[in-house]
Write a protein that binds this ligand. Structure first.
Ligand code: UDP
Length: 244
């Protein structure tokens, strides 16, 4: 269906949200802007928006086909998708299969430690506060979600992880960790929202043991490793080719 782009509702670091003629839907534009370290590091990577839009669309479809509700409806163009208009739940839900990143900076856990069961970390989604990590007590105090909703979000995140881990394994990629965001749609259902792309997932190439070369995600940008777009292209290429 052809949807008409309405007014800009919100502009984030990597996406713009536009109204569309159906009040229950939005158009999401994936931008080429790359940011890291709470937007202290910024750049523009030509082509990133379209890659992340296509990668996210494929992964949302995969989740839907496995019974996980998402906000995704359809691709609209190279850099736009149509999605449910949602009420954003201000949580960043990170799930980790292998220890790296902030977990290793902030604790004595060694890089590369396999986390079984996968570790779930919750952060409060607030740029001004720098997305601080939440304790169970702080989560309760903030009253963002009730216990039932929190259990549902945790169960959904673990299911998404199982689905994606197995899927990427079949593409010779290790799913190291990723961040999910959730919202409630017009019928009150909790859905996976935002995006699922190399901007918010860590992927390591199983075919490469070099600790820097194997990185196929935004860590290439964060760590100035170069080849950011090539890495994102490789992820889309493997998704499009399918399991070998
Ligand atoms: N992540 C994200 N947005 C954030 C913080 C983290 O998408 O604001 C993703 C990140 O890409 C990685 C996972 O969440 O896949 C865990 O990130 P971590 O806590 O290790 O933070 P970092 O090392 O990136 O600071």
């Amino acid at each position: 269906m052809n949807h008409i782009q309405g007014s800009l509702i919100y502009e984030g670091k990597a996406k713009r949200i536009f109204a569309c003629e159906n009040p229950d839907l939005v158009l999401i534009e994936f931008k080429n802007d790359a940011t890291a370290f709470n937007a202290k590091k910024r750049s523009e990577i030509e082509g990133k928006g379209s890659l992340n839009c296509k990668i996210s669309a494929s992964l949302f479809k995969l989740l839907e086909s496995n019974g996980i509700p998402t906000h995704f409806l359809e691709l609209h163009s190279e850099t736009f998708m149509i999605a449910d208009k949602i009420n954003v739940i201000p949580l960043e839900v990170v799930i980790r299969n292998i220890a790296t990143g902030s977990l290793c900076r902030e604790t004595p856990i060694n890089q590369g430690t396999i986390l079984n069961p996968p570790l779930l970390d919750l952060y409060y989604k607030d740029d001004e506060l720098g997305d601080p990590i939440l304790t169970e007590g702080r989560l309760k105090l903030l009253n963002i979600v009730d216990n039932i909703q929190m259990d549902e979000i945790e169960m959904m995140t673990r299911s998404v992880n199982n689905i994606l881990k197995e899927y990427f394994d079949s593409l010779d990629l290790l799913l190291v960790d990723f961040k999910l965001e959730f919202g409630t749609n017009s019928s009150g259902t909790i859905v996976v929202a935002d995006e699922i792309s190399p901007d918010n997932c860590r992927f390591w190439d199983k075919k490469n043991s070099d600790p820097k070369q194997r990185i196929l995600d935004k860590d290439r940008f964060r760590q100035d490793l170069g080849g950011v777009l090539d890495a994102y292209e490789e992820i889309l290429k493997r998704i499009e080719k399918g399991p070998s």
